[in-house]
Structure formats: C-alpha cells, structure tokens
Design a protein around this ligand. Structure first.
Ligand code: ATP
Ligand code: MG
Length: 221
C-alpha cells in the first residue's frame, strides 16, 4: 500500500517533456499525494469546449504561455478545493509573477523539485509522445509504447499527438521555458527550496526523487 504523507506541498519545475507529469503520477502512486497539473486543467477545458478552453487554446497551440492572471486564478481555485492534504504542482508556477502570486496568497511550498534534462533528449521525447485525449494518459513510441500501436491501453481508443508537440510549437515552448521559467531556478534556490534531479531516464531519476520525498517531506504517518 502507498505510504501516506499527511501534509506536503511540492512543485515540479522543468522544461516541456522533462517528465513532470510522469513524476507527479509516481508520487501519487507511492505517497498518495495528488497533483494539480496546470496544463491538464487547460487541456480538460479545451476538451470540454468551455470558455476558459477557448481562451487558452490559441496560446497553447502556438507554444506560448497563457497570461499569468488567467492561469493563477485557475490553479488557486483548484488548490482551494483541495484543502490541506498537500499536493504536487505540475507546471505551476512557471513565471516569476506566478511564483509571487503564490507567495501573496500565502501558499507555502515545502520543496521545488527541478528536473534537469538535456535539450536533445527533450526534443526527441516530445516528437515521439502520444496521448489519450480524454484521460491525459501519455505514451512514448520509443520507451513506453502502448500495447497496441496507436491505441490507449485502457480504453482501446485512438491516441493523438498534443497540438503543442508539433515542431514549431516545441521550439516556442522551449524558448518560453528558457526566457520565463528558468529564472525560477534562481528564485527558488535563493529561498532554499530548490532540489535538482538530473538525468535522461525517468526510471533512473525516480529513485532519487523517491528517496528525497521519503526523507525530507514532513513526517510519514
Ligand atoms: P510537458 O507536459 O511535456 O511537461 P509542458 O510543461 O510544456 O510540457 P503543460 O504543463 O501541459 O506542458 O502545459 C501546456 C501548455 O499549457 C503550455 O505550453 C502553456 O501554453 C499552458 N500552461 C500550462 N501551465 C501554464 C502556466 N503555469 N503558465 C502559463 N501557461 C501555462
Ligand atoms: Mg506535463
């Protein structure tokens, strides 16, 4: 059974395709901490054709970050619904104004886990990534293929590529990451919250993150 961590507030920082979603999934399985994934929230709105989805779509397709106020509002609302159980933020904060907004709202982070993956690996991963649109399940044709080519393992439904995994959008996302998200590395380091995990293989990085959470995040039980 998963060990349950009563209170822990983590954020994952890393380039597109660095494995934030995969790590968030593993953290939930092993520690029972659920994630709040800003990109998933937006994709769900797009899938359900809501007004929020309509506003976000053009930014996402172009590989640009959505406006700070817009995403901050969405994530804060989600966090308020979660109560005090703890969570892993996947994809938020991703700019300095977003980090400051969390501080203004007195949302405390226990640790920021930064996934440091080389740019070549990132580009390769994004071009071979396929997802199941309704659930957000992620596959990779190289290292995590579905059992039946092009089909989701659970529902058998067809897989699709994310709109922002197309090459021109990937270039824009990597640029946004360099220019607007990387400054957060220094920001969180100066607050003593940053813990960096480097590597090209998720399966090798995960044991380090597991060990870190086991030993650093508030008492286990
Ligand atoms: P990956 O899912 O591979 O790690 P990613 O980090 O680029 O890649 P998501 O976090 O799913 O992907 O975000 C997808 C898109 O949603 C972003 O390119 C951006 O347009 C929008 N988005 C998500 N989170 C934020 C945020 N905190 N601020 C601004 N835009 C965001
Ligand atoms: Mg993701």
């Amino acid at each position: 059974m998963a060990a349950r961590v009563p209170v822990s507030r983590l954020a994952l920082l890393g380039a597109p395709g660095s494995g934030k979603g995969t790590m968030a999934h593993k953290i939930r399985l092993h520690f029972g901490i659920t994630s709040v994934a800003s990109g998933e929230l937006l994709r769900d709105h797009i899938y359900r054709r809501t007004e929020i989805g309509h506003r976000a779509r053009s930014y996402i397709v172009a590989g640009r970050l959505v406006p700070d106020d817009f995403i901050t509002h969405l994530v804060m609302r989600e966090l308020q619904q979660r109560g005090d159980d703890g969570w892993v933020l996947d994809g938020f904060p991703r700019t300095l104004p977003q980090a400051h907004a969390l501080e203004c709202e007195r949302v405390r982070l226990d640790a920021v886990l930064c996934l440091d993956v080389p740019a070549d690996t990132i580009r390769q991963r994004l071009s071979s990534r396929w997802i199941h649109a309704r659930s957000g399940r992620v596959y990779n044709t190289h290292f995590n293929p579905p059992r039946n080519a092009g089909r989701d393992d659970v529902t058998g439904e067809p897989l699709v590529q994310r709109l922002d995994d197309r090459p021109d959008a990937v270039v824009a996302r990597l640029r946004e990451y360099r220019e607007r998200t990387q400054p957060l590395v220094t920001h969180f380091a100066s607050r003593g919250l940053l813990h960096t995990f480097a590597g090209t293989e998720t399966n090798k990085v995960w044991p380090e993150i597991h060990a870190f959470i086991s030993s650093h995040v508030r008492s286990l039980g």
